[in-house]
Design a protein around this ligand. Sequence first.
Ligand code: HH2
Length: 260
Amino acid sequence: MGVVNVTPDSFSDGGLHPRPGAAIDHGLALAEAGADIVDVGGESTRPGSEPVGGDVEKSRVLPVVEELARAGLVVSVDTTKVEVAEGALEAGAEIVNDVSGGADPEMLDLVGQTGAGLVLMHMQGTPRTMQDDPRYDDVVAEIRDFLLSRAALAGDRGVGRSRIVLDPGIGFGKTLQHNLELLRRLPELVVTGYPIMVGSSRKAFLGKITGIEDPAGRDVPTAATTALAVAAGVAVVRVHDVRSSRLAAEVAWAISRLQT
Ligand code: HH2
């Protein structure tokens, strides 16, 4: 899954694609580079970021979704707002990527009624405060239980089991140690039977490990996480630089599945 941020303030590529035209070109380039899905978002969720209104988010996202869907791409919309998701699905998106993990039951109803795909992600707190003091007794067990309970809720609201993807939310209310433990213990999420998605691309923990301060310089560290995630059985990786992660995924897949 390639990331298309139509935002002025995203942590790694904020302001790069603020206009629909630039974001559309970027989405097409990601598909060309090997993305099977493009994820279009109009609100930054980086630590400390402020929320934006639904109208602003829609004006950023909908023209981009419409054009990329028209070009034949599988488009997901990265939003927590029902009105944005609804507009995006009407404009041709097929998947809702909800970083709140379906906190608004109306989002689950919408996805259930439309038959769209749904990514449920875990976050502790809100983007404004989530990195202040994240705490867990057992980070993997707690996140797995949370995601399974939200998946069950989505099922009750009409979302088919095969349409649900679970995501532990790397960097969303997690310390370096939490992120590392989640990535080391991915098989414990894979055994739930739901497809698992991981979004580690360019995130701060990679900077802490490598000393690379500029997020845009973290694509090689990202590819390392992609390889390990694919080898662990993860189904989807959400990345900014598709080419490097696609290659890493192909090698990891060949080794772990004994395919060449
Ligand atoms: N990470 C970000 C945004 N959306 N969605 C899922 N399912 N999983 C993730 O890990 C995830 C996500 C943050 O990355 P980015 O979009 O590059 O930054 P920003 O939120 O600042 O736009």
